[in-house]
Design a protein around this ligand. Structure first.
Ligand code: MG
Ligand code: ZN
Length: 381
């Protein structure tokens, strides 16, 4: 009897403990910001802001691997109700590079591999969406995890026959009216490191930029009163698993800053630059860390869009990289990633869209259509 009583008593104590823990956890949860239900948002009829997130080298296999690696719960990619595919080829090759891939997004034109914001036959400069929207009064920005002169960001502000002309591409930042730039590559703007001894950092300051090194973003002009550049690193930023963490936070800060820079709206390009480098290196752990970082970044963009209601978020890659395949794993419900190449491939690339006008991104189309669709949505009356 005594033993039975003790057992029952113990059970009651346990039950009491569990209940107390549940209430405590619930209390903790309610003190945090409530999770946003992305599906319950009523958007404005048309977008005012565009956030274009480019996972360099992110094809369907990279997204698939990320979904299965992450496992439990709803994956961020599942929050997008509109999915499409783009044909990533350049004008002269079924397999594009990142310069032609980004120029297709920035100018809406297919160009040759290696070309930055110029089109055939004579390498004519093409006006990019960033340049064009600036002229119309929009605020513009880019946040990347490579150097600012790397092919993807370069294709939105520079006009050069070859991506390798990085010193010249740095000069093009003096011609662009971009309101915010966060990424690596300070050395390419520094007098001490440039063969022409040009002090581009000073020239940018003369143009009114607040320039900061590192990734604290502590000098970001709070009310958007001045344009801002943060050089997170002197050269290429480290990998996500090697300590680089700024992309999600920088994306959130960029949205808030650009919103203050113009009442008309903004265009922000965010690049998960190193997803591609993990593919070239055939390094699954690197890829996994970069996809996780990009996942958090997409979430920040969606959080902004769900609150703002006038923002369209487009997530895509410029091409696939590594010929990644997901093969049957040794344990149940596991997979073994394998790479077929150290180069890019011609696979179709998925496009995810969220926000007003998102449905226009469904279907299968050329990469240049992404430019057309973005422009079309902003021009809607
Ligand atoms: Mg890139
Ligand atoms: Zn690449």
């Amino acid at each position: 009897m005594a033993t039975l009583f003790t057992k029952k008593h113990n059970r009651l104590l346990w039950l009491h403990g569990i209940l107390a823990m549940t209430f405590w956890l619930a209390a903790c949860k309610s003190s945090r910001a409530p999770e946003i239900d992305y599906q319950q948002v009523t958007f404005a009829p048309k977008p005012k802001n565009i956030i274009l997130l480019i996972g360099d080298g992110m094809g369907l296999a990279q997204v698939s691997a990320h979904v299965y690696w992450k496992g439990v719960g709803k994956n961020i990619f599942e929050e997008f109700n509109t999915v499409g595919f783009h044909k990533s080829h350049s004008c002269d090759d079924l397999v594009t590079d990142s310069a032609a891939g980004a120029t297709a997004f920035s100018c809406g034109k297919k160009t040759t591999n290696g070309a930055i914001g110029v089109i055939p036959p004579n390498d004519e400069p093409c006006t990019t969406i960033l340049e064009d929207l600036d002229k119309q009064g929009y605020a513009t920005g880019m946040v990347v995890t490579c150097t600012a002169t790397h092919a993807t960001p370069a294709s939105f502000i520079a006009h050069r026959e070859l991506r390798a002309f990085t010193e010249e591409i740095a000069l093009d930042y003096l011609k662009t009216p971009i309101d915010l730039l966060i990424g690596g590559g300070r050395a390419l703007f520094s007098r001490d490191e440039r063969p022409d001894r040009a002090n581009l950092l000073d020239s940018l300051k003369q143009r009114g930029y607040v320039i900061q090194n590192g990734s604290s973003f502590s000098r970001l002009p709070e009310n958007g009163e001045a344009p801002y550049i943060a050089f997170t690193h002197d050269r290429e930023p480290p990998t996500a698993s090697g300590g680089r963490q700024y992309l999600p936070r920088a994306t959130r800060l960029a949205c808030e800053f650009l919103q203050k820079r113009s009442p008309k709206g903004f265009f922000l390009m965010v690049e998960g630059s190193q997803i591609d480098w993990a593919g070239h290196a055939n390094d699954r752990n690197w890829l996994r860390a970069e996809m996780n970082d990009f996942d958090k970044t997409i979430r920040e963009a969606l959080n902004f869009a769900a609150t703002n209601k006038e923002t369209i978020v487009i997530v895509t890659g410029d091409h696939e990289c590594g010929g990644l395949s997901l093969n049957s794993g040794e344990r149940s419900k596991s997979f073994k990633p394998a790479f077929a190449t150290r180069l890019h491939t011609a696979s179709l690339v998925p496009v995810y869209a969220y926000g007003p006008g998102a449905e226009t991104f469904s279907g299968l189309y050329d990469n240049t259509e992404i430019y057309q669709k973005m422009r079309h949505l902003l021009m809607l009356q």
